[in-house]
Design a binder for this molecule. Structure first.
Ligand code: P6P
Length: 321
């Protein structure tokens, strides 16, 4: 296992060397994502100051148009991912349709991403994040984005919180890297993350309880309360899932009477997070099956999401199935 403090690029190369057939494409793809997210992190850290210097979305004191951070993050990722040449196609939460970069026409992968999930929390300084999911190019058409989650080549997120952390998997476990801003490097801080078998926290927006359409979900939550669980819900998926990954327990965004498929997106929110949680020894479900087994029909489709420790997910399914 790599040592704590190993720099990300070195870690990625060491992983690549384990596969003689590796061409280095995935290594370049992952390093490109990390570089783009370092640039995003620098803008996220400035967000509060932008408010002082000039309202976001308006003209700042330098007379420049200040962009919304999620739009800017989207542009940064598109620029980096298009230029590296490893991605045949890019699908973004911010774009109605995928784009196919000229430089990526021979790329081996397609990537789906949410450039800045939870961005509505920036104004109250709550952690937000970038989420990504990588599949192999198959036919070289838009269909390549509509592959099940279990076919992911890699998935991960960058959380812009008290520190900036990159957490990712290529299907061989989950590792976390913390950005050292003094040198601009991601350093291995959380090797081989494993979810506790059982947690003490449930994370769900109970304000929606009256709308939940899953019989038994309310009973399940009350059972956890009786068992002494505490509630933590910040309303930023990357922050809530990151805490669940580290501490265990359960995160959920269920469907309800209004939103038949819930709120969270399958391709670039639920599926990558489910891959990480399952790689770390946890479970995911949409209430019927692992999120990784869902065959996407549309790039922006939503899905009910439950992710977390084995005990809580199994207990949930006993209540709602
Ligand atoms: P609610 C943020 O807007 C987001 O897309 C996710 O990051 C988060 O988990 C969810 O919505 C919060 O939704 O309805 O509880 O505010």
């Amino acid at each position: 296992m790599a040592e704590i403090g190993t720099e990300l690029t070195r870690f990625i190369l060491e992983e690549e060397r384990k596969y003689p057939s590796a061409t280095g494409s995935l290594s370049l793809a992952l390093n490109t994502i990390a570089s783009a997210c370092k640039v995003i992190a620098s803008h996220v850290r400035m967000a509060g100051l932008v408010d002082i210097l000039g309202k976001a979305g308006k003209v700042n004191v330098q007379g420049e148009e200040v962009q919304k951070l999620d739009e800017l993050s989207n542009e940064i990722l598109i620029d980096y991912l298009s230029d590296c040449g490893e991605f045949f196609g890019l699908a973004s939460e911010e774009l109605n349709e995928p784009i196919f970069p000229e430089k990526g026409k021979n790329g081996k992968y397609v990537i789906s991403f949410d450039p800045l999930d939870g961005s509505s929390n920036i104004d109250v300084n709550v952690s937000i994040g970038t989420i990504f999911s990588i599949h192999k190019k198959v036919n070289g058409t838009q269909e390549d984005f509509l592959q099940e989650g279990y076919k992911q080549i890699a998935a991960g997120y960058v959380i812009y919180g008290s520190s900036t952390m990159l957490v990712y998997t290529t299907g061989n476990g989950v590792n976390g890297f913390t950005l050292d801003p003094s040198v601009g490097m991601f350093l291995l801080s959380h090797p081989n993350i494993k979810l506790p078998e059982k947690g003490k926290i449930y994370s769900i927006n109970e304000a929606n309880e009256k709308k939940w359409d899953k019989e038994g979900l309310k009973d399940f939550i009350n059972t956890l309360k009786d068992e002494g669980y505490t509630s933590r819900y910040i309303g930023s998926m990357v922050a809530d899932v990151h805490r669940t990954l580290i501490k265990g327990g359960i995160f959920g965004y269920p469907s309800d009477k209004k939103n038949k498929n819930g709120k969270l997106r399958l391709l670039y929110e639920a599926s990558p997070m489910a891959f990480l949680i399952e790689q770390a020894g946890g479970l995911s479900t949409n209430g019927k099956e692992s999120i990784l087994n869902i065959k996407p029909q549309d790039i922006h489709q939503r899905t009910p999401v439950f992710l977390g420790s084995q005990k809580e997910i199994k207990q949930l399914l006993e209540h709602i199935c």
